[in-house]
Each structure stands twice: as C-alpha cells, then as structure tokens.
Design a protein around this ligand. Structure first.
Ligand SMILES: [Zn+2]
Ligand SMILES: [Zn+2]
Length: 129
C-alpha cells in the first residue's frame, strides 16, 4: 500500500473513525484498513501502551518513550501509585551525630536527623578548634 494512503488511514484513525468508515472514505476494504492499523500499532517503536488505561500511545522516534496517553492518565496513575512512589523517594540515613537511623523523604542529601543534631555538630566542631 502506498505510504500516502497509509498515512491517510492513520490520520483518519486518529480522529476516532472506525475501520469501516475509513475504508468507505478511502475506497478500501475494512480488513485492509485494519491490517494497516494493527501492523503499525504492533510496532513498539511507534506505539507504547498507556500505563494507566492501556491504550496505544504514539511514540516519537528518537524521543523519550511516552508512558501515558495523556496528562489525565499520568495524574491518575501517579495518584493510584502514590505509595510506591513515596517508598522509592524515601532514603534511610544514619545520623553521624546521635547515630540514630532516620528516613528523609525525597532528599538524598540529608546528613543529620534533625536541626538540633546539625547544630550540635557545628558547636562541637567549633569547640574542638
Ligand atoms: Zn491512558
Ligand atoms: Zn541525630
């Protein structure tokens, strides 16, 4: 099939038209239209799957893979996976001042468990000098 014709099929498909309607529009058989669409849809470089709703997500070759079909799905997914996301964003540290273990959320650069430990260390250092 000609490239222009195939592109036309995708174009119409993207507007939400069904195989039959596209076939009628372009004087093709519905099965020909379907085979073009499914062949393209099965190419993982061109189409991914929305992590939230499972529909095909068009990819732009050479760009970062899109994981969601829309911002709405992205938000919905993040909202329903808040716990997972949180768990990953927690870091466990051992405070060098009081030796207690603590977790910090979303910040891997923390050193002390609290402001008071931070302050203590500073004064200690000051006294040693
Ligand atoms: Zn989606
Ligand atoms: Zn501490």
């Amino acid at each position: 099939m000609q490239k222009e014709l195939r592109n036309k099929i995708f174009e119409l498909r993207n507007t939400g038209m069904g195989y039959k309607a596209i076939a009628k529009e372009l004087s093709l058989t519905p099965s020909a239209v379907r085979s073009v669409c499914t062949a393209k849809y099965n190419d993982p470089d061109l189409y991914g799957t929305c992590k939230n709703c499972g529909i095909r997500v068009k990819q732009t070759p050479g760009k970062k893979k899109r994981q969601f079909c829309s911002d709405k799905c992205r938000m919905a997914w993040w909202n329903s996976h808040k716990d997972d996301v949180k768990r990953n964003a927690f870091y466990t540290f051992k405070c060098p001042c009081c030796n207690s273990e603590f977790v910090a959320y979303g910040n891997s650069k923390r050193i002390y468990c609290s402001i008071s430990c931070f302050a203590k260390t500073r004064t200690k250092r000051g006294n040693e000098q």
